[in-house]
Design a protein around this ligand. Structure first.
Ligand SMILES: C[S@@+](CC[C@H](N)C(=O)[O-])C[C@H]1O[C@@H](n2cnc3c(N)ncnc32)[C@H](O)[C@@H]1O
Length: 392
């Protein structure tokens, strides 16, 4: 973008909605193009369309291709790069919106390009607030693409200045200030304390946060829900007491499976068995590994380690089950020879509780066998341990 004037920027995107803009967009290829192809295409199109329109159409088309992994209707939606990167994927937003089903009027604070807005507006009226006018414009367009524009009222403001009277529930997705690994209070804008403080005005509050958010970062009585899409841990959602259903919860999407840690018999700690369970990261973050062990009849291999063992092939959405083909105390020297004996030619390395340079180890292995395996570097009853496993 070569202009910082919000109205001018919005005007450029509005031009893509004119008949000429739509005609140009329709001419663009249906799949992502290389930079070189985009350059060639741009040169050809500039002979027939205004240069700025071509630049914006090509830019938007590239973002739409990328956004297709998050949104089924990405081809018709509008994105900025940051807006797309930070937007909640449709399946995640829809899951979260279920907790708002009973509320007639919701505020979506920091609505961005509207990933969550679209899901929230499916069942309620939503006040969408963002201080970035372009994002707000895109959020309304994107709600329109999903047939929900008439449920949405937009407000271009700092969320701190918004009057929440008449609002039944709030969702807030603050901008993450720094890289994805930063997660403590203060790393978001507005800061987490401000977001949790909203519950004093409107009791029902949900806050999207980075998945590493520690439990002590939210006040007592709040729930932390850890949400994974497949095995990819996406986020933590902090739910105020009015919306909380458990202290922590692991939720796995797209299936919607959910696991809550609870009291129960202690899980035994024993040597590894014929099968190894690698819990989903949402289960680990939610502190629900023991709950999983009790549910499937598995045991722990170490007090501190989140791998579980079983003597039968367990099928559960909450963990990946592997068959153990070798289990021995960790001996890096003998490892290459052992892997050759097992005909292992390629390894994924999973390390938990055992220090080591995975890349250096991989280089040293020089494998040539025909099988693919998972090499698990871990601890068994506090002793360094190695397991060689294959998929079941
Ligand atoms: C993480 S994005 C929201 C993503 C959105 N939930 C989605 O799924 O598309 C954060 C947004 O917060 C906005 N923002 C950050 N601080 C703000 C503030 N103090 N007031 C209003 N908006 C703010 C940014 O402009 C950005 O659009």
């Amino acid at each position: 973008m070569d202009t910082s004037e919000p109205d001018a920027l919005i005007g450029r995107f509005e031009a893509l909605l004119t008949p000429q803009g739509r005609e140009l967009l329709a001419e663009l290829p249906g799949q992502a193009v290389t930079d070189a192809d985009a350059l060639r295409l741009g040169t050809a199109l500039r002979a027939r369309y205004p240069a700025q329109l071509v630049v914006d159409a090509l830019g938007q088309q590239q973002l739409r291709h990328r956004a297709a992994e998050k949104f089924a209707s990405a081809q018709d939606m509008f994105f900025t790069r940051a807006g797309w990167e930070q937007a909640s994927a449709e399946v995640v937003a829809r899951h979260r919106a279920h907790r708002y089903a009973e509320f007639g009027a919701i505020a979506d604070l920091c609505c961005g390009i509207g990933g969550d807005l679209v899901a929230l507006a499916a069942g309620s009226d939503v006040l969408a607030v963002d201080r970035d006018p372009l994002h707000l414009w895109m959020a309304l367009q994107n709600a329109g693409v999903h047939g929900m524009a008439d449920r949405v009222t937009t407000r271009n403001a700092d969320v701190r200045d918004v009057d929440l009277r008449g609002v039944d529930a709030v969702f807030v997705d603050p901008a993450r200030r720094s890289d994805r690994q930063r997660m403590r209070t203060g790393d978001s804008e507005p800061p987490l304390e401000w977001c949790t403080g909203l519950a004093a005005q409107v009791p029902a509050v949900g806050i999207k946060a980075a998945p590493g958010l520690p439990h002590d970062a939210v006040p007592p009585g709040w729930e932390l829900e850890f949400v994974a899409l497949g095995r990819d841990l996406k986020e933590a959602v902090a739910w105020s007491p009015a919306l909380a259903t458990a202290p922590t919860r692991a939720t796995l999407l797209p299936g919607g499976h959910t696991l809550v840690p609870g009291p129960g018999d202690p899980v035994p700690v024993q040597e590894p068995g014929e099968f190894l369970l690698d819990p989903n990261p949402a289960v680990t973050r939610a502190g629900a590994v023991e709950e999983l062990a009790r549910a499937v009849g598995a045991w722990k291999i170490d007090d501190q380690i989140a791998f579980l063992a079983a003597d039968r092939p367990v099928t559960t959405p909450f963990a990946r089950t592997l068959r153990v083909i070798d289990s021995a105390s960790w001996n890096q020297k003998k490892l290459p020879q052992r892997l050759r004996e097992l005909d292992v030619g390629a390894v994924d390395i999973r390390r938990r509780g055992l220090a080591g340079d995975v890349d250096a180890l991989r280089r040293r292995l020089r494998l040539s066998g025909s099988r693919r395996a998972t090499l698990v570097m871990t601890r068994v009853r506090d002793r360094p341990w190695g397991l060689v496993c294959v998929d079941i």
